[in-house]
Design a binder for this molecule. Structure first.
Ligand SMILES: [Zn+2]
Ligand SMILES: [Zn+2]
Length: 245
């Protein structure tokens, strides 16, 4: 398996090939595109299976038209939306995208109040109230399910927001960490329901145990790896003994 990146400013494209690239047929390729959206530039990650012509979205933060336009122009059918949590900057485009595509939303039930309350999802505080009262399929810590023919594992990592989860694609070596773990940083813990201790424990127990080369695709900013964060993230430097397993 190998991963490449085009490094462009607004959209990072990773292509994950199975086998050597020379042997690779289009049918083996998964393309992951990063779209920073909305005033907070939350990452909307589009995971596209080139063979199936199906896609999964991680966090429907904003700019529904742009995301739907990309799906339409590239010919992908959206089959699922993985919500890492439900702060407003990650859910504002949910109603429009769900009604346009019928995609199934996957969310931890502790995040549900934030779908319905602009106070809970912090948008009222920012003076731009939004809600996203969409139906969803509940996911919890340890759940495993399949989309695009690929296994997805769920890790509950609260502390930034209630119901924060990470979605791990073990065969692809990719983990979507939402606002729990960033490149060189971690999520804020001063919002309602936040806890620094809880966040660090979740990162330590559920993320830093993943293989070093696991790609960290977070809710803001660019990509990193588990190995890089374990060795250089200033919030995690008392944790060298945690190690990989
Ligand atoms: Zn957040
Ligand atoms: Zn965010």
């Amino acid at each position: 398996m190998r991963v490449t990146s085009d490094g462009s400013v607004h959209t990072s494209i990773f292509q994950i090939f199975y086998g050597t690239q020379d042997d690779c047929r289009e049918t083996d390729v998964l393309t992951i595109r990063r779209h920073p959206v909305g005033p907070y530039q939350a990452n909307a990650w589009l995971v596209c299976d080139e063979a199936r012509r199906e896609a999964v979205l991680v966090d429907a933060g904003a700019e529904a038209d742009r995301l739907l336009g990309e799906l339409e122009s590239s010919g992908f059918k959206l089959i699922g939306i993985l919500q890492t949590h439900a702060h407003a900057d990650h859910i504002a485009a949910l109603p429009e995208i769900v009604s346009a595509t019928g995609a199934t939303v996957y969310l931890h039930p502790d995040a549900e109040p934030m779908l319905h309350s602009a106070e809970a999802n912090l948008s009222a505080l920012a003076g731009m109230p939004v809600t996203a009262p969409v139906p969803y399929t509940a996911v919890r810590d340890g759940d495993r399910f399949e989309l695009l023919g690929r296994e997805i594992r769920v890790y509950h990592t609260p502390g930034h927001a209630p119901g924060s989860v990470c979605f791990h694609l073990p065969a692809e070596g990719v983990v979507f960490t939402g606002d729990a773990l960033f490149q060189g940083s971690i999520g804020r813990t001063d919002f309602p329901g936040g806890s620094l201790e809880t966040l660090l424990q979740g990162i330590r127990d559920k993320l830093l145990v993943l293989p070093d080369d696991t790609r960290v695709l977070a809710g803001h900013m660019g990509p990193s790896t588990i190995g890089r964060e374990r060795s250089t993230n200033p919030f995690l430097q008392d944790g060298r003994e945690w190690g990989a397993r």
